[in-house]
Design a protein around this ligand. Structure first.
Ligand code: AGP
Length: 628
């Protein structure tokens, strides 16, 4: 989520860092900062000091603050922070520094064992100034650098930043991309990663690093994408790379032939596909740090387990795609926690008189966090005495500010108007909420919660499998329906919610009329629409209602419908009824929304492109709907 830049050369780096951070603004962030080495003193003697400036707010604010400061240093690192541990504040903004202030670190990721490390470090006399997980890093590196006792027996000083970083990171559990600079080593930056991207490159007269290629593109087109455990040591004269065992290695240079527009889209032709492809990461990031010591942890709920246990009714209020995530939440909360749950369009909720008591939980779901109807519904629910919990993608958004507690989906900024990755982030977040409620109500054992949590994490790879194997099937299905005038999406159980989202995606970007129905409803009206060749898209994955879905599809087949089925890998029988089959991996029914929505997003996009539509900016639609 956070953004990282670094540069070391012979010219002042302040402006390079600021422009790199601006390139990373699209990721969404709440604060920004830089650390720059003070230039060497007279006679080349090192000036063991760093200038660190960090503040809450936009990069432009940081830039204005720096305008009046003379910072001639030629080696520095910068960061945009997206709060995870600790609220957005100046104290929590990166870079973070060691006790002596001579080592600065910027970090993207989550240190899962930070609480334990922080306690140890404080016991050994380290002083902390933030609430972040990241701050343990400069202190761990400081101990390794200075040879202070760190409890591991490896007490000798390294006085070598690279070795100190490598030694410190052995203590860390979690995900990280980091850049580190140390005042004792003029011109040196060390970077390493695990499960968080770091890209390194050599420009004409300086060495660069960033968490995203887009921040390097003005400096170089030849980059090295670090793999987990690898390190790079950057100096003004060049870059040395080290493998995970610490041995110097030849860099794997990737030449990037992208213009800025392509770079912003990650090399993809449009934002929608870029955002669809990010979904495995969204699953991982949304789950990261949630299982601490084997316990599901959602501190932001702001409710104790006892208070959660008292909840006897849930309303999910939302609009559009977020409403569809709410339909999935209803299924899961009722299934796992046995709490009656209603899902309501925020625009309706606000104008009726819902039954709300102090034991009612209202869950407001909004990607943008500023949808007018959802906000009005939150205000109304709070006046009536409900606890309101927000699920949003935008830090500090009105939904976040006006709710009693908030879970941030880790989708990063979503640019395409049609929501894709934020939907997956919402579904994963709502699943976590449902598990927490089930746990608090004593409806699920800790073991069951852990098992479901692990299986939810597996969906990241399962989505990737869909990308890797199903493109031809999706393209074929898209070609078969592109000239239709209308389409029906049908499914049963939790799959009906997936169908509502699939139909919305198709209509909003391809302008092909589409409706979704619970498959059992077909014969009560919609089946009248079906004539030969009419496209019926179904989610018919393995579930307790699979056979029922097949019966409903047979009714459509008998009337000549062209059936496009999303089915479970290995289901050969479905081919007897479906004209086109798109497979998804076998998952537990409750996790089908995370996997089976993905081919429907891809199908909608392919149909839209075949119909010549702009998939990122469909007509008549806005990304945030801030009017009633
Ligand atoms: C989805 O593709 C649409 N862009 C739209 O339905 C959207 O989900 C809806 O307007 C709600 O927005 P929100 O999540 O930002 O509140």
């Amino acid at each position: 989520m956070c953004g990282i830049v670094g540069c070391t050369g012979s010219a002042p780096v302040k402006d390079v860092l600021i422009s790199g951070l601006k390139r990373l603004e699209y990721r969404g962030y709440d604060s920004a900062g830089i650390a720059v080495q003070k230039p060497a003193g007279p006679g080349g003697a090192p000036a063991p000091d760093l200038v660190v400036v960090h503040r809450v707010g936009k990069v432009a604010g940081l830039e204005s603050e720096l305008e009046h400061q003379s910072i001639p240093g030629t080696c520095g690192i910068g960061h945009t922070r997206w709060a995870t541990h600790g609220r957005p504040s100046t104290a929590n903004a990166h870079p973070h520094t060691s006790c002596a202030g001579d080592i600065a670190v910027v970090h993207n990721g989550i240190i899962e064992n930070f609480a334990e490390l922080r306690e140890e470090l404080i016991a050994r006399g380290h002083h902390f100034t933030s609430e972040t997980d990241t701050e343990v890093l400069p202190h761990l590196i400081e101990e390794a650098y200075e040879g202070a006792p760190d409890g591991t027996g490896a007490e000798e000083a390294t006085h070598d930043l690279l070795r100190a970083v490598r030694r410190a990171m052995r203590r860390v559990v979690g995900a990280y991309g980091i850049a580190v600079t140390c005042a004792q080593e003029p011109g040196v930056i060390v970077t390493t990663r695990k499960d968080s991207p770091i890209v390194v490159g050599r420009g004409a007269d300086a060495s660069y690093l960033a968490s995203d290629l887009i921040a390097l593109i003005d400096a170089t087109r030849d980059v090295v994408i670090l793999e987990d455990g690898e390190c790079a040591r950057l100096t003004p004269d060049g870059i040395t790379y080290y493998d995970a065992a610490g041995k110097a290695m030849e860099p794997r240079i990737t030449h990037v032939d992208w213009d800025l527009d392509m770079a912003e889209k990650g090399g993809y032709p449009d934002f929608m596909i870029k955002e669809i492809m990010e979904q495995p990461r969204v699953v991982r990031d949304t789950l990261a740090g949630r299982m601490v010591g084997g316990e599901l942890t959602i501190d932001e709920l702001g409710l104790t387990p006892e208070e959660l246990n008292l909840i006897d009714r849930v309303y999910v209020i939302a609009c559009g795609t977020s409403y569809h995530a709410g339909l999935i939440a209803k299924n899961l909360i009722e299934r796992w926690a046995r709490i009656p749950t209603e899902v309501e369009a925020a625009s309706e909720f606000r104008y009726r008189n819902p039954i709300i008591t102090p034991s009612t939980l209202v869950v407001a779901v909004s990607q943008s966090g500023e949808t007018a109807d959802t906000l009005a519904a939150i205000r109304d629910a709070r006046i009536k005495g409900a606890k309101v919990f927000g699920i949003t993608n935008v830090i500090g958004s009105p939904v976040a500010r006006e709710s009693d507690g908030v879970i941030y989906t880790k989708a990063n900024k979503e640019i395409a108007v049609a929501s894709t990755k934020s939907f997956i982030g919402q579904v994963v977040s709502l699943s976590l909420l449902a598990l927490s409620l089930a746990q608090a109500k004593g409806r699920m054992t800790t073991g069951e919660v852990r098992m479901l949590f692990r299986e939810m994490g597996d969906t990241a790879e399962q989505i990737q499998w869909i990308f890797d194997t199903q493109e031809p099937a999706i393209e074929e299905a898209a070609a078969a329906m592109k000239d239709a005038h209308s389409a029906l999406f049908v499914g049963r159980g939790i799959a009906s919610a997936i169908c509502y989202e699939g139909a919305l995606k198709l209509k909003e970007i391809s302008y092909l009329h589409a409706e979704a129905y619970a498959a059992g409803e077909m014969k009560h009206g919609p089946i009248a629409l079906i004539d030969p060749g009419f496209p019926v898209i179904t989610v018919a994955t393995q579930s307790p209602v699979y056979d029922k879905t097949i019966s409903n599809l047979k009714e459509c087949e008998a009337r000549g419908a062209k059936i496009i089925a999303v089915a479970t890998e290995g289901d050969e029988d479905i081919k007897q009824i479906a004209d086109h089959v798109i497979y998804v991996p076998r998952v537990r029914d409750c996790f089908t929304p995370i996997t089976a929505t993905v081919p429907l997003q891809l199908l909608a996009r392919s149909v839209a492109l075949l119909r010549g539509c702009d998939v990122d900016q469909p007509r008549n639609l806005a990304k945030s709907v801030t009017v009633e």
